[in-house]
Design a protein around this ligand. Structure first.
Ligand SMILES: [Zn+2]
Length: 310
């Protein structure tokens, strides 16, 4: 029986999730704390949590993985652009983290690591090709192609949230407009509802969902419009990659079928039939834990590659 454990950290705009897994990816410890207001404080907090995980671990923690939001350069080991946490732009993560973590660790884009987690021990287990999308306040995605995480030439692959689905759509933080993220994530669902119902009072996406459940037409339509844009993107993904699976996770995907059904219908309408029929569109399996599990297993995998080389 193996006694090794691995640590995973998943930094989001709202929460920093962290935990320990065994070598099969089973969570041994998990917790979440609010994301500190500055990156310097986040680094310090990761150091404190790292010490805590080591105390809680029954066996030595061999490696760690950390997922951060933004465009992560494999070459420079830096986040180049993080629209939701701008303070991370060009921040020297590896140097800062090496002061806090005293085992080998690896950093990558959070959506890539969530996809890796779903592939290794979630709903994507055993497939050779899949796309994992997280639909929440933003939209992130990671690609598994030919049986491995696909980083792209420089580490920037999988930014499905920033492909154009509506050329005349809203301005996006990335600099473009009408991105999937501006048209189909939670803030747009809320705005759709406020426009359709002519209400000026802000509300949460969850409240729009509750209204949709009670049969509110404007609320249902708000999800359907966002779902249609998501479906346009899924159609592109299916035609481009012919993946075995598309997994959909994130807070918005817990809101029943109002969005999912519209997305699947639209993808079917737009993709080649043969490729659509070949692809299974499913909900992701690990929920909020995908990022932490994926990060920890990524640390494990990179450590074994490193040992293989030396
Ligand atoms: Zn964008």
């Amino acid at each position: 029986m193996s006694t090794d454990t691995y640590a995973g950290f998943d930094l989001g705009g709202t929460n920093l999730k962290f935990g320990l897994v065994d070598d099969k990816g089973a969570l041994l410890v998990k917790d979440s704390v609010p994301t500190p207001p500055t990156v310097a404080e986040a680094m310090k907090l990761i150091g404190t949590l790292w010490d805590r995980l080591n105390k809680e671990a029954k066996h030595p923690v061999k490696a760690a993985g950390l997922g951060f939001p933004g465009i992560f350069s494999l070459k420079d080991r830096k986040i180049f652009q993080s629209p939701n946490l701008p303070e991370l732009d060009n921040f020297d993560l590896t140097a800062a983290l090496s002061k806090e973590i005293d085992v080998p660790f690896w950093v990558d884009n959070d959506a890539n690591l969530a996809a890796y987690g779903e592939w290794k021990c979630g709903a994507g287990r055993g497939v050779q090709s899949m796309v994992h999308l997280t639909v929440g306040t933003g939209i992130g995605a990671g690609l598994i192609l030919a049986g491995d995480l696909w980083p792209g030439a420089c580490g920037f692959a999988g930014e499905i949230g920033h492909i154009t689905v509506n050329p005349e759509g809203d301005r996006c933080k990335c600099g473009s407009q009408g991105c999937l993220e501006t048209e189909a994530a939670a803030p747009k669902i809320v705005r759709n509802y406020m426009d359709l119902s002519r209400t000026k009072k802000p509300l949460a996406a969850e409240e729009v969902f509750q209204k949709a459940l009670k049969g509110n037409t404007a609320a249902r339509k708000s999800f359907a419009i966002a779902g249609q844009y998501l479906g346009i993107a899924l159609g592109v993904v299916i035609n481009l990659l012919n993946p075995e699976k598309i997994l959909l996770g994130g807070g918005v995907m817990t809101t029943g079928d109002f969005l999912l059904k519209a997305a699947v219908d639209e993808a079917q309408r737009r993709a080649y039939k043969a490729s659509f029929d070949c692809c299974s569109i499913e909900r992701a399996g690990l929920g909020n834990d995908a990022g932490v599990i994926g990060a920890a297993l990524w640390g494990k995998e990179q450590l074994s590659k490193k040992r293989g080389k030396s």
